[in-house]
Design a protein around this ligand. Structure first.
Ligand code: 3PY
Ligand code: MG
Length: 268
């Protein structure tokens, strides 16, 4: 079976960096895969991306060595089975809050005897290779999201659940659960403390910890702190950011107005 580069990176203690695919556009996915990100995660939780879209996105990513991953809408064995069967090499499960939910996620991703995944993939073999069914339990990455303050308190029980390969912090839902202002790169001291608690537990237990970042600076800072799975914004965020930056530099009246509005915004 084609090895999972992300799991290799984790074994070597190397950070693995990618971005989120929210647009559902295969050409955008192909462009980002050719940039050289370690992985790309198709986000089926918050967008209009269905299974057929996800399969086309995986096919676009497969033109490169970038690892195809997916965030499922919820911790549901039916959808987890189907995203794996169309070729996901990693599954991100939202809002895992305790050991029972972590067990459900891990078992949905594994063939018996470790789990309950049904046999019957087509594209898994095309992408992974003829021995896919024998090796999938080893190569597929299962990533539980910690994005509620109750899950932070239970980080150890989630991290030590058999079959969980990494945890990933969702800064916005975590902030919402704490009644704090939102923001990916959240500076609030209580938020920072919750993030630090999860990272410390991961280091102590030898489990990779990831986090969603809004900027390159945040990714680099989190790498220095010891995070091993870093999401840099999304296809939509990177597109909007680059377009805003280019637009602001134009010698046109509209751009001058935008620059002035921005300065006023900064001065407020
Ligand atoms: C969050 O910030 O809640 C996320 O889910 C990021 O992916
Ligand atoms: Mg979230």
């Amino acid at each position: 079976m084609r090895p999972n580069k992300v799991k290799q990176q984790w074994r070597q203690g190397q950070p693995s960096v990618g971005t989120w695919l929210s647009l559902g556009d295969p050409l955008a996915a192909e462009i980002l895969a050719h940039v050289g990100f370690d992985w790309l995660t198709v986000d089926m939780e918050h967008n209009a991306i269905d299974l057929a879209d996800a399969q086309a996105l995986f096919q676009a990513i497969a033109t490169t060595d970038t690892v195809p991953m997916v965030r499922v809408p919820w911790n549901d064995p039916q959808i987890i089975k189907r995203v794996l069967d169309i070729g996901a090499y990693g599954v991100v499960i939202p809002n895992v809050k305790d050991r029972g939910e972590a067990e459900q996620a891990a078992q949905a991703c594994r063939y018996p005897p470790q789990g309950i995944r049904g046999i019957g993939t087509l594209r898994g073999h095309l992408y992974g290779g003829p021995d896919y069914t024998d090796r999938a339990n080893e190569e597929i990455a299962v990533i539980a999201m910690i994005e509620h303050i109750d899950a932070v308190a239970r980080a150890e029980e989630i991290m030590t659940t058999p079959g969980i390969d990494a945890v990933f912090i969702g800064p916005n839902d975590l902030a919402a659960s704490m009644g704090l202002p939102l923001g990916l790169d959240n500076p609030h001291p209580e938020h920072q403390a919750a993030v630090a608690r999860v990272l410390e537990a991961g280091k102590r237990l030898g489990l990779p910890v990831g986090i969603h970042c809004g900027s390159v600076q945040a990714v680099n800072q989190r790498i220095a702190e010891g995070f091993l799975w870093l999401a840099l914004s999304s296809d939509a965020g990177l597109l909007a950011g680059a377009a805003h930056q280019a637009f602001q530099q134009l010698d046109t009246a509209a751009a001058q107005e935008a620059r002035a509005a921005r300065r006023e915004g900064v001065a407020e």
